[in-house]
Design a protein around this ligand. Structure first.
Ligand SMILES: Cc1cc2nc3c(=O)[nH]c(=O)nc-3n(C[C@H](O)[C@H](O)[C@H](O)COP(=O)(O)O)c2cc1C
Length: 203
């Protein structure tokens, strides 16, 4: 399946065939699509939590307002992102990430700091951090569709409950987005989309 076909055949799957698990190689491939996703300034202030066990999945199902997609999924994936304190240009985490690039760390920080200050002054740091995870999930969903695996992005969640289920501290992490994956137990739904003519303005 090429990229366009994967886009055309991916649909928001609400119920999976819960008897069909995902092979470990399939899960690793989906995670690799996430790992290779770009992040702003290459900071990768995120982590991916894979939930397959039935007990944790049941708890996540409740943390996601009892959405069947979570309960029946072969895997529910949560993308967490660091809390805003970790994005500080003078912090250890930003330094360790910035040191990975060919230029000296000072060049990286001089580039990053004004944008960080801008986001902070606008009150947009959390929004910026969380938006990174959406790209990863998008790539993982399309990548999964190319393998015949369906998915559904899950924005309907109670953040405090999700963090509790995943056993992580809200001082350190916040939830960007979840997604469920598996083989569908429902028919593919046709796409409902605006036409390009009504959607695009050319300048
Ligand atoms: C960011 C995001 C969050 C979403 N959250 C949910 C959700 O919590 N529950 C759900 O059933 N569908 C959710 N969806 C699925 C959308 O409703 C669905 O993708 C959209 O209606 C388009 O349908 P399609 O994906 O089948 O093309 C979400 C989609 C996106 C992109």
């Amino acid at each position: 399946m090429d990229f366009l076909e994967a886009m055309q055949h991916r649909f928001a799957c609400k119920v999976y065939d819960s008897r069909r698990v995902l092979e470990d190689s399939e899960i690793q491939k989906i995670l690799e699509y996430g790992r290779l996703t770009p992040t702003s300034f290459g900071l990768e202030l995120w982590s991916f939590h894979v939930v397959q066990g039935s007990q944790k999945k049941e708890a996540l199902f409740h943390a996601c307002f009892d959405q069947e997609s979570v309960r029946t999924s072969a895997m529910t994936l949560a993308v967490l992102v660091r809390t805003s304190a970790f994005a500080n240009p003078d912090g250890d985490l930003v330094h360790s990430r910035g040191k990975r690039f060919p230029d000296p760390l000072s060049v990286f920080i001089d580039d990053y700091r004004p944008y960080y200050d801008f986001l902070r002054s606008e009150g947009r740091l959390d929004c910026w951090l969380k938006s990174q995870g959406y790209l990863a999930i998008a790539n993982m969903m399309t990548g999964a569709a190319a393998m015949g695996i369906q998915s559904c992005a899950i924005e309907g969640f109670d953040e405090k409950k999700v963090l509790r289920v995943l056993d992580v501290s809200s001082d350190q992490w916040q939830v960007s987005l979840l997604a469920t994956f598996g083989y569908p137990a429902e028919e593919e739904r046709p796409k409902i989309r605006q036409s390009l003519d009504s959607l695009v303005t050319y300048h």
